[in-house]
Design a protein around this ligand. Structure first.
Ligand SMILES: [Zn+2]
Ligand SMILES: [Zn+2]
Length: 210
């Protein structure tokens, strides 16, 4: 059981894309390929990419999806509540900030994600946790003691809930009912900003405590 995590800070909103590999360094998966992914594309030039996993379908997390999908011929996974966001610049928010982003859309995803599902990729298993609140189809991916939390949980922060489909109650339930129940030592890799841990956020997060 060894997961190797490399992060790439992409696009105007400094979205974290993660390139993950297991025992075989030539096979990877990508979580949330955002806008301007050229550094990430260079990194995967000689690799086989098994999948693109999306924590949610806001424009800053999907801008690089089609470029990488075409290049690496890999399928895309998203929660069904946001399937339509991929093809709609209105739904994925890219029309809201014309000064930040051009209209963004991608081809539809190949696969739906579901709560409790296990994905077997790169020789490891990833558990899918549906963690809505920031957006209705937000999911987190747990692999051993590593959690990829998208825009649900940040270091000393949480995702905003004032965008379409966001709900503060859902966010609190996702944190208290799901993510804060994980072991304290679980490392958290968020969609923006630095890494943190479940134990640290449970006791120090100013927005949602256990
Ligand atoms: Zn978001
Ligand atoms: Zn984001």
């Amino acid at each position: 059981m060894m997961l190797n995590v490399r992060s790439y800070n992409l696009g105007p909103l400094q979205t974290n894309a993660y390139l993950l590999t297991g025992a075989d360094p030539s096979r990877g998966i990508i979580i949330d390929p955002g806008m301007n992914p050229s550094g990430l594309i260079r990194a995967v030039a000689d690799m086989e990419i098994e999948a693109i996993l999306l924590t949610h379908a806001h424009f800053d997390h999907i801008g690089g999806v089609d470029e990488i999908r075409k290049l690496k011929k890999c399928p895309v996974y998203v929660h069904p509540l946001e399937s339509e966001w991929l093809t709609s610049p209105k739904l994925n928010g890219s029309l809201m900030w014309p000064e930040v982003s051009p209209p963004i859309s991608t081809e539809p995803a190949e696969y739906d994600l579901a709560e409790g599902q296990t994905l077997n990729l790169i020789g490891l298993s990833f558990k899918v946790m549906h963690t809505p609140g920031h957006s209705p189809g937000s999911v987190s991916f747990l692999c051993g003691n590593d959690l990829f939390s998208g825009d649900v949980l940040f270091r000393l922060g949480v995702g905003r809930t004032d965008l379409p489909g966001g709900r503060e109650n859902d966010l609190v339930n996702s944190l208290r009912g799901k993510l804060y129940r994980l072991d304290d030592e679980v490392k958290v890799y968020p969609g923006h900003g630095p890494r943190t841990s479940i134990g640290f956020e449970k006791s120090r997060n100013p927005y949602v405590q256990l």
